[in-house]
Write a protein that binds this ligand. Sequence first.
Ligand code: ADP
Ligand code: MG
Length: 682
Amino acid sequence: MPDMTTNVRYVRGIGEQRAKSLQKLGITNLRELISYFPRAYEDRREYRRIADLVPGENACVRAMVATEPKLSHIRKGLDLVKLRVVDESAALELTYFNQSYLKNSFHLGEEYVFYGKAEGNPPRRQMVNPLFEPEGANRVTGRIVPIYPLTAGVSQNVLSSAVRQGLDACADDLTDFLPEDVRKSCQLCHVRYAYENVHFPADEEALAVARRRLAFEELYLLTLGLRLLRDRRGAVTGQKCAPTDLAPFYDALPFSLTGAQKRAIGDAVRDMCADRPMNRLVQGDVGSGKTMVAAAAIWFAAQNGMQSALMAPTEILAEQHYKTIAPLLEGFGVRCALLTAATTAKTRRSVLEQLSSGEITLAIGTHALLSADVTYQRLGLVVTDEQHRFGVDQRAALGAKGDNPHLLVMSATPIPRTLALMIYGDLDVSLIDELPPGRQSIDTYAVNSGYHKRIYDFLRKLIAEGRQAYIICPMVAENDELPDERKAVTVYAEALQKDVFPDLTVTPIHGKMKPKEKDAVMRAFAAGEIDILVSTTVVEVGVDVPNAAVMLIENAECFGLSQLHQLRGRVGRGSHKSYCILVSDNTGEDNRQRLAVMTKTNNGFAIAEEDLKLRGPGDFFGSRQHGLPSLRVADLTCDMELLHLSRAAAERLIADDPDLAAHPALRGRIDELFELHATAMN
Ligand code: ADP
Ligand code: MG
């Protein structure tokens, strides 16, 4: 008897070759096959009389073959099969290209159902390559038909026929692991009905009912899985800190912290004093001052005799953190070190020694901190900045260097609250929803390249007032070659220097430069020695030069909304009025809308919500980013009601049956789903 784990090769029509193709779609067994859901549906239910066909519209007709199919070779590589079919109202000419075998598929006088786009006017009504099947078969015509995402070597027909067989084979093995009372109270259909109708819906209503059940299931499993992980984490004991007065730290700062910063620090300190290790996400818009929250937590850990590691996604950022945090903490006798790929072998050796002996308390660095030879004497706190750049597994790898260290994750990607709940469901969240005082909103303009002269004049004026400017170029693809960021940036910088700003200092920077060169340029820019920095998106994340007051983004259509917002966040960091200019000659409606969002608001969360609406949650949910099972049916932009319903149901279940001992089937499914990720998430 076949069951869910049976190999897809079991299915008629799936041989070695197709099995390989299916594997590319993530399908190896029958469960994966029937869980491969359509991306869309085509409604082929409408039957028309041939006389009522409307040119350009799709429809089914029931018709009888009236002429013997005729095969003609037009030229090499072009064969036609032509035939005429009739119903009680009129005749229809059918043409099939390069399917000469069809000549023998139609039998004179027999009835078939054809589905295709009507063309031509009476009396020469036509269809080209219409789908067909014998009258009454109802497989590819006369119903709502699933459209699957495909890969080479697998057609819609192959897939839908395979899914059909999969469903039939698994019918008995498809037991419902949703508790009966949950199904009843949330009005969800049975799993078998759901699978049947998500693939082969009887009508729209059946499809909606099926989708709702499957979406609920996904969200329910995800919520339960995350809860189990969190509880499992709760079972490990952390390195418990003793409360300490933070006043000395606050007093050492050049400014007073915002209420939101203090709240986030308070959350972190409370977590570190609790029994289980901290696992906290600090979410705050660009410029909201997350670095100080990290610094405070590190200071607090140091007061408790613990070492900390602070991991940043780029060298520039790591160095910047080092420059901000080290002087502050060294004032308290807390020794800090920078560790990146650029660190010389000699310095590195000495830093590693002192980290493992405990003489150095804080290591700031890039993923260089993850390498095997980095060991700590007593690693108590791990901070990762700009978390979305790191995988969950990297976070875990760093954590593994200590004995259940506290984790603090800083993210500037303003993920809408609901998504944060799902993605970071295992984290506690602190929100920094307040900017330091004195920040002015950044005036943002979207213009076309006809404005360049005026823009350059504007830059010149601000630079004369002592400010600096960023110009961002996207990578350019030269013909079929790889995108060459170097070229875009260096060519543009040279042209500007020579033709537009011969009296100013224009300098390029890009990701392909050696770290040393990059750092030198950034240092010079921070010191005010460069007027205009022409850059790729290497400055996107976290770079802090308060004197920069203009962000000019060329070919703004190449960037996503959140990325544009990040880039804009590089200016307006000081007391100077700042500007963001988005240049784009793309007149598409999508692009116009996106840029309009930028000109209307400075609020990263509002922008993220818009981004979600415009692009859908796919980008946030690339599983690479967070290591959670992906959502196939649920759509967080419109399934909010379902999200709340499933969370509430999950909470109720956990309250009654904390480790799901009474629900083995459910527990099994969750373990299976989270299996790959279990280690990473801990
Ligand atoms: P982000 O949240 O983007 O990481 P940063 O931590 O880089 O923000 O802070 C942005 C800038 O604001 C820095 O120059 C920092 O020194 C400054 N800053 C942070 N907190 C405050 C505050 N409470 N008052 C004034 N300036 C602050
Ligand atoms: Mg930052």
